[in-house]
Ligand binder design. Structure first.
Ligand SMILES: O=P(O)(O)OC[C@H]1O[C@H](OP(=O)(O)OP(=O)(O)O)[C@H](O)[C@@H]1O
Ligand SMILES: O=c1cc[nH]c(=O)[nH]1
Ligand SMILES: [Mg+2]
Length: 217
């Protein structure tokens, strides 16, 4: 499994990450969502460098030109709710992609004890396609794994890109053991060292869904 950590080579993403994490800035919900979206746009661009391209002859007003277009059949698969602004960023860049949505959410039994539930899935067929699985937070990795398993009912993708803003080291190890090694690449803004007893990433940024859309009951 290949891992691309954007924190290894600083870029404007580092600035967006600071704003997402910073308690003095992250409460601006519009900026928070827009930063997730902007990171999605840039990650999509970087992932697009791994695609196959095919040549097409097109007509310009003056002559014909040989151009290259994406040959991969790309599906953007996103996990509700925090994934929504991130998804929009990917779709801004990869506007021809198909789209899949999965709802994965934590249902708490007690304060520190929860199950992850999948209740909704909407996806095209995935056989032979390039699946980008986007969720800004990878804490334990359970939502990502369960969403992937739910999507496998729609076919077997040829390539898998897991895209996240912050992953814990635990989640990276978890995903490494559960996703096909030869066709999975993980793209992350940063890998944080710990998760706490509530399975929140530390230092992380808090609750991405709540910061993007408000506190849920
Ligand atoms: O790796 P995990 O331990 O599964 O945790 C990560 C998940 O938690 C968050 O979603 P949450 O369930 O809080 O739902 P929300 O996006 O609606 O806030 C986040 O967006 C991930 O989907
Ligand atoms: O740190 C975390 C863990 C799960 N979900 C979040 O939004 N943040
Ligand atoms: Mg949340």
């Amino acid at each position: 499994m290949k891992i691309v950590n954007f924190d290894d080579n600083h870029s404007v993403i580092s600035q967006y990450m600071m704003e997402l994490r910073n308690v003095d800035i992250q409460h601006d919900m519009l900026r928070f969502r827009r930063n997730l979206e902007r990171i999605g746009e840039i990650m999509a661009y970087e992932i697009s460098k791994t695609f196959n391209y095919r040549q097409v002859e097109i007509t310009t007003p003056l002559d014909t030109a040989t151009c290259n277009v994406i040959a991969d059949k790309v599906v953007l698969g996103t996990i509700f709710r925090a994934g929504v602004p991130f998804h929009l960023g990917f779709l801004n860049t990869l506007d021809q992609a198909e789209n899949a949505f999965v709802s994965a959410y934590r249902k708490y039994k007690e304060k520190e004890n929860f199950d992850v539930f999948i209740e909704y899935i909407a996806s095209p067929r995935l056989d032979g396609k390039t699946l980008i699985l986007a969720d800004p937070m990878l804490a334990t990795g359970a939502s990502m794994e369960l969403s992937y398993r739910a999507l496998l009912t729609k076919g077997e993708p040829e390539k898998i890109h897991i895209a996240s803003v912050i992953a814990s080291q635990v989640a990276i190890d978890y995903i490494r053991e559960r996703f096909p090694d030869d066709k999975t690449t993980v793209w992350v803004g940063a890998i944080d060292p710990e998760i706490n007893s509530h399975s929140y990433i530390v230092p992380g940024l808090g609750d991405a869904g709540d910061l993007a859309y408000g506190i849920k009951e």
